[in-house]
Design a protein around this ligand. Structure first.
Ligand code: SF4
Ligand code: SF4
Length: 376
């Protein structure tokens, strides 16, 4: 497993050689993406050199709070996460699917298929890789495959960073998605002073390590890296009790907690936009002004928007209570029936980016505490 390096030797990548890795990936034809700062927050975008990473930064997160701080030093991956994730790389916020053009006697339809380049995801978190696997089940795991997503997703090289610090909003330990990289990622990095421990998880990862001629890590570095990740796992302040969680949520459809949260929720949809697994979208027709052509465009949508449940002249989720209940119950319960996995990886983004600080972990705990009508 790349996250623990139990079956293969681990290596050292000095931080002053990270640019060698980035250059090698671009030279191999990958589009390298990773954490970069945009407008005061970390998103996932192209990384051309180590200076594009949030060097020397840390994140300060709490319910309804996200700030980047200058931590100084040579930290490359000190920011746990931000509003962006791999979702925006493979499932674009807005993209044309087909174009229609008027022609003599009718019209022609053409699928819009942009040129794609294999992606190397550098410095993404274990929970984000888990989220990508969930999106894979949604878009390409069934009988009907989304060709747009599939084209971008093909050939992914994953270079994951094990977490050695959890944000106060993280709860991946309780969801089983972190803080150590999962089996199957190509390389897993653990940040130490001046160097990165590199665990190899695939033949592609092994080939990169060989090309860079990395030295085998001394046992003391391996032990230090493992112990930091273990400490991170036990440090998380938040957790979701997953015992009989679907049963709890299906039983408690009339819990007074839904009214309680509805009094706080603005139904803004921020939680769904930042969530790395949410996939709801709208498909809209965009006609050209010349009246000769139009595009069919897919764009992210949210189950929190009022119009989302407006079908055939009737809105079947008119109240915020209904929409929050739908979101939470889908994430943590019916998603399992649909896709065989929870829809939540415990990244905590929905907690930080909720403008009124609604905390999924606290709502689940409150529903459990009130189970059967017992007030919390
Ligand atoms: S529901 Fe919240 S914590 Fe769970 S994956 Fe989505 S954003 Fe992350
Ligand atoms: S829970 Fe928070 S982020 Fe989500 S819709 Fe309500 S107010 Fe917006």
């Amino acid at each position: 497993m790349a996250g623990t390096g139990e079956s293969r030797a681990a290596f050292l990548l000095p931080k002053d050689r990270v640019n060698d890795l980035i250059d090698l990936l671009w030279a191999r034809g990958f589009r390298v993406v990773g954490p970069v700062v945009r407008n005061g927050a970390v998103v996932i975008d192209e990384v051309r050199a180590v200076q594009d990473l949030p060097v020397g930064r840390r994140d300060d997160q709490e319910a309804g709070v996200y700030r980047l701080q200058e931590a100084g030093g040579d930290l490359l991956f000190g920011v746990v996460n931000g509003p962006g994730s791999l979702k925006g790389i493979f499932y674009l916020p807005r993209e044309p699917l087909i174009e229609m053009r008027r022609e003599r006697g009718g019209f022609a339809v053409r699928e819009v298929a942009e040129e794609t380049q294999p992606v190397a995801a550098l410095g993404v978190r274990p929970c984000d890789l888990a989220a990508l696997e969930i999106q894979d089940r949604v878009f390409i795991g069934g009988r009907f495959r989304d060709t747009h997503y599939e084209r971008r997703r093909q050939g992914l090289l994953s270079i994951v960073v094990n977490c050695t610090r959890a944000a106060p909003t993280c709860f991946c330990s309780s969801m089983g998605t972190g803080p150590a990289a999962p089996a199957g990622c190509d390389l897993a990095l653990t940040e130490l002073d001046g160097r990165l421990l590199v665990d190899v998880g695939s033949a592609a990862g092994e080939e990169l390590v060989g090309t860079l001629a990395l030295e085998v890590a001394p046992p003391a570095d391996v032990a230090a890296a493992r112990s930091e990740v273990d400490a991170c796992a036990t440090s998380m302040a938040r957790a979701v009790d997953r015992s009989d969680l679907p049963g709890l949520l299906f039983d408690e459809v009339e819990s007074p907690q839904w009214d309680d949260v509805a009094r706080r929720c603005l139904s803004c949809g921020n939680c769904t936009m930042v969530c790395p697994t949410c996939f709801c979208h709208a498909v809209v027709e965009v006609p050209a002004l010349d009246n000769a052509s139009s595009q069919r465009v897919r764009q992210w949508d949210s189950c929190f928007s009022y119009e989302f449940a407006h079908i055939a002249g009737k809105n079947f989720r008119p109240r915020i209570r209904d929409r929050y209940r739908q979101w939470l119950t889908h994430k943590l319960a019916s998603w399992i029936d649909q896709f065989g996995t929870s829809g939540c990886v415990g990244c905590g983004r929905c907690i930080s980016w909720c403008p009124v600080g609604i905390d999924l972990t606290a709502e689940v705990a409150a529903i459990r505490a009130r189970r059967g009508g017992t007030p919390s």
